[in-house]
Design a protein around this ligand. Structure first.
Ligand SMILES: [Zn+2]
Length: 137
């Protein structure tokens, strides 16, 4: 079951991870669908083109289908963390959804694993920051 309305549950504000982030305004239980990921459906070819133009708000859906959420007022602000609390999944109808993979407290930032190599190299999430050795130069 999807939580009532996205705007009732989520708020966008400054994040300690990066720029702005999405924060929960309610306690969310593990396994709960937080929202549908809605945007413009585009092909892989179009995805590559847009990414080259600097669009970083594209989710992979399936095969040759991607979803560009850059016009979405909320979901585009979701940040990466290696200690993520949400996952992108599909519901029974094949809609792309944001799923809580653990209990999330009111006020917590929602994060996902972006899942591409470059993100880990420069990741500043608490997990990576604590693992990285102190700068040697
Ligand atoms: Zn990290």
């Amino acid at each position: 079951m999807i939580l009532s309305s996205l705007n009732d549950v989520l708020t966008v504000k400054d994040s300690s991870l990066h720029g702005k982030g999405i924060f929960s305004t309610k306690n969310i239980l593990k396994g709960q669908i937080i929202t549908q990921i809605i945007g413009e459906m585009i092909s892989a070819e179009e995805c590559i083109k847009r990414e080259e133009e600097g669009n970083v708000y594209i989710f992979w859906k399936e095969d040759d289908l991607y979803i560009d959420v850059s016009n979405h007022s909320t979901i585009r602000f979701i940040n990466h963390s290696c200690d993520y609390n949400c996952d992108v999944d599909e519901d029974e109808s094949g809609n792309l959804i944001l799923l809580a993979i653990r209990d999330i407290n009111e006020g917590e930032e929602l994060t996902i694993d972006y899942g591409y190599e470059e993100i880990y190299e420069n990741c500043t999430c608490p997990l990576c920051t604590s693992k990285k050795p102190v700068d040697a130069d």
